[in-house]
Design a protein around this ligand. Structure first.
Ligand SMILES: [Zn+2]
Ligand SMILES: [Zn+2]
Length: 547
């Protein structure tokens, strides 16, 4: 505690001085702290979030975590503006931390004083109104030692590195249904359900969900980095495990699930349609929000690994009572341990090592050195022998996936070409099994998860319809649950103009229809857009046809 007092005194002195000088001093102090930070120093996470009474106990730090995807993507020049904006305002308010800035959005872990952080958010919202809907996760009153000394704003391709930028990026519009912690908690109790931990293996080692017996089955993809996820998802054994199930996903704060679930949903509506997965769900706000709402732990066991200076945290009540279950084990002596503090990494694969204080002390004093044979749990489990051995395995997985992707991309191009041909000539394509159908097939027949329908629309624009074959009578077979349609006849007052507007019975029905977009009907892939009610045209229209 004396170090706390020291910091407070230091800080109050600092506040009287110039901003620049303050920053320099802070950086220096942080460097010093960093040097002395070893597993022997006291654990900051046990001191964190001390409920500060209204009579303040001195200067504290506010931590901000958030992410936001931007759709459509920022243009390259807007991206540049965004980077410069967050950097400039970050410096202005004297913030520290990491800001990943991509054309697809922002992912930030930031610290600063409360006012500075709040002003920075305000400026961000006025820079781009997409951020008006962002869930900003703020933790106030953290000890000063948990602030980041420097601000690093990076220009990146993806806000989470999945190797899925550009044309490989699944649309964020296709993410899973977001469940609030309480709903997610109930879902974990259901059978025929699997839970995928989308984090890296070393993070899961100190904490994970523990679904009840008879409830969901936990699947740990055992990844060393996020870029392995798409390859893992594509493995036959993964497909076997999720077949016919409800799939739940979770990660630290929610951001990794966004792309991960979009990737899965894209596959389930395409090549993996046959798996019969019932639904895909993700934990809104991640473990972070879950343990906030379940301070007693709920179905969570152990600690949540974080990328800020708390390193890890658990339910507040559990931490207060010192009842956090220790889930991990020291890699050197195998005793229960859950603090990643040292700089050591696995000698074969390079993930952070989980080593207890005693083992570190003995290593430092030379009493008992930690040898090269001390590897991460995953390397031990998989029998990875050397760095070269791990590299070979990693390449095998990634190259195998790359090859499959190339084949798929070629197939996709061919299918697109086929469908373009069939649009031009109206001859059914042979590349799609429903294309030959002369019946009005239900485009939602294979939809497993409705589109998220972000603005809760019920009015849709339906396009690219075969103008000779689609009629108001068979439209209801093609898209079930239409309430009424505004039918637009062809130029001769007959047939169909090729598109129409419909009112769906519910928002979910609209989402189901949207998720069926692209399915071929009479040889043409149906196009569907949400159609905002603009107030200009009367809706329902006077010529509406009700079903
Ligand atoms: Zn140990
Ligand atoms: Zn390893």
């Amino acid at each position: 505690m004396s170090s706390d007092k020291e910091k407070r005194v230091k800080k109050s002195k600092k506040e009287k001085k110039e901003k620049k000088e303050k920053k320099e001093k802070k950086e220096k102090k942080e460097k010093k702290e960093k040097r002395s930070a070893s597993p022997t120093s006291s654990e900051p996470s046990t001191k964190k979030q001390k409920p500060t009474s209204s009579s303040s106990t001195g200067p504290t730090v506010t931590l901000l975590l958030f992410y936001q995807y931007i759709e459509p993507l920022w243009s390259p020049s807007r991206h540049k503006q965004a980077l410069s904006h967050i950097q400039k305002t970050g410096e202005l308010y004297n913030l520290g931390g990491r800001m990943r800035c991509a054309r697809e959005g922002l992912n930030c872990t930031i610290t600063g004083d409360r006012e500075g952080v709040e002003n920075w958010i305000k400026d961000l919202k006025s820079f781009d109104d997409t951020f008006l809907k962002t869930e900003f996760k703020l933790t106030h009153n953290l000890p000063l030692g948990q602030s980041f000394p420097k601000l690093n704003a990076f220009k990146v391709d993806e806000i989470v590195n999945y190797g899925l930028s550009g044309s490989r990026a699944p649309s964020i519009g296709k993410t899973a249904i977001h469940l609030e912690p309480k709903e997610y908690n109930e879902k974990m109790k259901e059978k025929d359900t699997v839970i995928i931990d989308v984090r890296n293996y070393y993070e899961s080692q100190i904490g994970a969900f523990k679904p009840p017996i008879g409830g969901a089955e936990l699947i740990d993809p055992k990844m060393r980095k996020s870029t392995e996820f798409p390859a893992w998802l594509d493995l036959q054994e993964t497909k076997e495990r999720i077949k016919g199930k409800n799939v739940l996903m979770y990660c630290t704060g929610g951001v990794r699930c966004e792309r991960a679930s979009a990737l899965l949903r894209g596959k389930l509506e395409g090549e993996d349609r046959g798996l019969g997965v019932k639904g895909v769900f993700q934990l809104q706000g991640g473990i972070h929000k879950y343990i906030e709402e379940f301070p007693e732990g709920g179905l969570w066991s152990g600690k949540n690994y974080t990328f800020d200076k708390r390193f890890a945290h658990a339910g507040l009540s559990l931490e207060k009572e010192g009842k956090v279950e220790v889930v991990g084990k020291c890699e050197a002596c195998l005793k229960p341990w859950d603090r990643f503090r040292g700089k050591r990494r696995c000698p074969t694969c390079g993930v952070p090592s989980l080593i207890c204080k005693e083992c570190v002390d003995r290593d430092e004093s030379g009493d008992k050195k930690i040898g090269k044979d001390v590897k991460c749990k995953l390397c031990v489990e998989e029998g990875v022998e050397s760095k070269a051995d791990w590299k070979r395995r990693e390449e095998e997985l990634m190259n195998g996936y790359e090859e499959k992707l190339k084949v798929k991309e070629r197939e996709k191009k061919r299918t697109e070409k086929d469908s373009r041909n069939s649009e031009n000539t109206d001859t059914p394509s042979t590349s799609n099994d429903v294309a030959n159908s002369e019946e009005a097939n239900d485009i939602t027949a294979n939809v497993t998860t409705p589109d998220s329908n972000p603005n809760n629309e019920t009015r849709l624009w339906i396009g690219n319809l075969n103008n000779k074959k689609v009629t108001p009578d068979n439209l209801i077979q093609i898209i079930p649950n239409i309430k009424f349609v505004q039918w637009l006849y062809g130029p001769d007052g007959k047939g169909c103009k090729g598109f129409c507007f419909v009112e769906m019975k519910s928002e979910e029905d609209a989402g189901r229809a949207k998720a069926g977009e692209g399915v071929k009907v009479f040889g043409r892939p149906v196009k569907i857009n949400y159609q905002e009610k603009d107030g200009k045209s009367s809706w329902p229209p006077p010529n509406a046809i009700y079903y």
